[in-house]
Structure formats: C-alpha cells, structure tokens
Design a protein around this ligand. Structure first.
Ligand code: ZN
Length: 188
C-alpha cells in the first residue's frame, strides 16, 4: 500500500502502490472515495447555462450531420407511414387548418406563393420576367384613372360611338375615328 493526498479534500489516504504510481506517471488526480471524485468533477454550471450550451451543440451537430439526419428521418417516415391513419389525422386537424388559412398573414404569403407557382408553371425559365411584367402592369393600372384606361383601350364613349354608328350610312372607307378604334393594339 502507498499513501497519497486526496486531490479534493486533501486527506491522507492509502491505495495500492501500483495505482498511485500509475496516476503520478500520467499526471492523473487521485481521490479518497467516489464522493470526492464526483465533487471534483463538478463544473458548477447553472441549469440555464447547460441548456444554452446543449442548444448550441445541437445546432452545430445538425449542421454537420444534415445529410445523415435527413436520410434517417426519410427512412423513418417511409417505415412508419400509414395512409389510412394519416387521412384520419388530417381530417381531425382540418378545422384548425381552415382557421390557419384564414389569417391575413397567411393569405398574403399564399398570394405571393401562388403567383410564383403559376409563373413557373406557365413561363418556365421566363418566370421572373413574367412576374415583373405582371407587377408592372398592376402598377400602371393602379396609377391610371378609369378614364385613362378606357381612352387607351379605345372604349371611352363606347355607347355613344355605337349609337352614332348605327345611325350612319355605310361608308366604303372607314372614317378616321373608326380606324383609331379598331386598328390599333390595345393594352389590357
Ligand atoms: Zn477526499
């Protein structure tokens, strides 16, 4: 047996000589019992501190093992998915889902999402340009008055034109204002 001092309570203790020598060679701490060993290993961190550190660790872990975790989750889903049970669950959640979709925030988001979806569906690689054009068109319409739009589309005073037209005799060559009405491209 060989005596040593506990690294925590500093009491004089005895242990097999081989253990004490081994610890000294490797620069390890020796304790009188498990209680002192446990106390010496305490970090004295608060619960909040530990939670915070774990959160940071998990973030890092997920970032590092993204591919593995995704594959694992996909495999679990495939293994456990039951279409019948899933349909029942969806049905039970439906009222909440409807309420969710009624939120103004969701409606705004959905509107933008649908616009993008349609642009991609109908215009493919030109989706971005199509969306810009639609925005521009909306902007122009918002700024123009009803009168301006009707005038540009040649639909101003439409009923008056029609009434006059009906009264007039047919001409072999269209009059200027008829040319203007029917022979120019309109904007919507
Ligand atoms: Zn001790």
């Amino acid at each position: 047996m060989m005596s040593f001092r506990c690294a925590w309570c500093n009491a004089e203790c005895e242990r097999r000589a081989i253990d004490v020598k081994r610890a000294r060679e490797r620069g390890l701490n020796l304790y009188c019992d498990r209680k002192c060993s446990g106390l010496a290993r305490r970090r004295n961190k608060t619960k909040a501190q530990l939670v915070h550190e774990k959160r940071l660790y998990d973030l890092e872990y997920r970032k590092r093992n993204l591919a593995m975790l995704k594959a694992k989750k996909a495999a679990y889903f495939k293994r456990t998915y039951d279409p019948v049970q899933a349909a029942i669950y969806r049905k039970s959640r439906m009222p909440r889902h409807v309420e969710y979709c009624r939120q103004p925030k969701y409606k705004l988001w959905k509107q933008a999402y649908d616009a993008q979806y349609r642009a991609k569906k109908y215009y493919g690689p030109f989706a971005e340009a199509a969306m810009l054009t639609a925005d521009l068109n909306r902007e122009i319409k918002e700024r123009a008055s009803n009168h301006d739009i009707k005038w540009q589309n040649k639909t101003a005073n439409k009923s008056q034109f029609r009434a006059r037209e009906a009264k007039e005799e047919k001409r072999s060559r269209p009059r200027y204002r008829e040319r203007r009405r029917y022979h120019q491209a309109a904007i919507s």
